[in-house]
Write a protein that binds this ligand. Structure first.
Ligand code: NAI
Ligand code: MG
Length: 335
């Protein structure tokens, strides 16, 4: 019963927002156990490598990790640890909710409640076939979309709709131009959609989708799309509802899931104790849903919204005069 989760404190503001998130999670008294593991610069300093085997083992064992942002060192031979984790655990679904919050200076303080489900392992990001001609005049790369990859991500989106009582899935594509890759994705999406008759499925071409999102985001419920489009659209959606400090994300596979804030390690404010802990806390909410505790996830979200509504101890990025820990305490006090 006492579930253990792997906790990666990360770099930059990582440890600060993790302290705040765990403070709130502890206040919920769910009996979760934490197993700390290192990754990123913190791991490089302590263990001489960015992604130690012990960290991989911990995630493999616990199957659930809460991760703060990691700094990827600049320079030859370092690939992104986040990309590496997605690859190694085949975390094929990148799930990013975007919901209106009060008092965030956002363009849509109400009305937006959507989830982007992004295919996380293939498409334009497979890193294959990257070539620039010798004279530097021509560059190419390979995109790969598979039936299996498309099927499991679309199925994930429809299952998510079912389990959360959502009514509509929008398949976002560019099959009119990218006939092979996006074409296969759309074809498979239609086949999967037919198995979920109670959920409305509509199709939208990605450029139109971007315009629709900016003009009428209320029309969207769940969006499912390929890797590159999903990367761009999910950031666009985060921008609609308050930006980086409020954007959580989950990377989900069959054997493991990693929950994180969308933002990075924010070196410009690290060590000052003023980072907004909300994005990581909202990721904790996603994690509680994943652990089969939807009521606890809702309880946490309500406490966050109530704290935003009251403008109680908000961090400077939200125009407040609070700090990371006072914000977390204000949230914990409203649980
Ligand atoms: P960033 O997201 O760290 O920062 C962008 C801007 O947003 C900065 O001005 C920062 O102060 C602000 N910001 C970010 N999170 C905030 C928070 N919680 N509260 C208040 N303000 C916040 O992006 P940047 O500067 O491009 O990347 C910094 C480092 O983070 C890089 O090493 C990058 O590789 C890494 N990174 C890691 C990610 C991850 O681990 N998932 C994701 C994105 C970047
Ligand atoms: Mg991105």
């Amino acid at each position: 019963q006492n579930q253990t989760i792997t906790v990666i404190r990360g770099d930059g503001i990582g440890p600060e927002i993790m302290d705040a998130a765990l403070y709130v999670l502890d206040a919920m008294k769910l009996g979760l156990q934490y197993e700390e593991a290192d990754a990123g610069m913190a791991a490089l300093e302590k263990h001489g490598e960015l992604l130690p085997a012990a960290t991989m083992d911990s995630i493999r064992r616990n199957r659930v990790a809460l991760k703060s942002p990691l700094t990827t060192p600049v320079g030859e031979g370092f690939s992104s640890i986040n990309v590496e984790l997605r690859k190694r655990f085949d975390l094929y679904a990148n799930v990013r909710p975007a919901k209106s919050f009060p008092n965030t200076k956002s363009r849509f303080p109400s009305g937006v409640d959507l989830i982007t489900v992004r295919e996380n392992t293939e498409g334009a990001y497979i890193g294959e076939g990257q070539m620039t001609s010798e004279d530097g005049q021509i560059a190419t790369l390979t995109q790969k979309v598979t039936r299996k990859g498309s099927e499991r991500i679309v199925r994930y989106a429809f299952d998510l709709a079912r389990s959360t009582g959502r009514k509509k899935v929008t398949v976002v594509h560019k099959a009119n131009i990218l006939k092979s890759t996006s074409g296969l994705f759309l074809k498979v999406a239609r086949e999967v959609a037919a198995q979920y008759p109670e959920i409305q499925c509509n199709e939208m071409i990605v450029d139109n989708c971007c315009m629709q999102l900016v003009m009428k985001p209320e029309q969207f419920d769940i969006i499912v799309t390929t890797n590159l489009f999903g990367d761009i659209i999910s950031d666009l959606c985060a921008g609609l509802v308050g930006g980086l400090g409020l954007a959580p994300g989950a990377n989900i596979g069959a054997d493991a899931a990693i929950f994180e804030a969308v933002h990075g390690s924010a070196p410009d404010i690290a060590g000052k104790g003023i980072a907004n802990p909300c994005a990581l806390l909202l990721a904790v909410g996603q994690m509680l849903d994943h652990l089969g505790k939807p009521d606890e996830a809702a309880r946490l979200r309500h406490a966050i919204v109530a704290t935003l509504e009251a403008k109680d101890s908000l961090t400077p990025d939200l125009g407040g005069e609070g700090n990371t820990m006072s914000f977390a305490k204000a949230i914990a006090g409203r649980l």
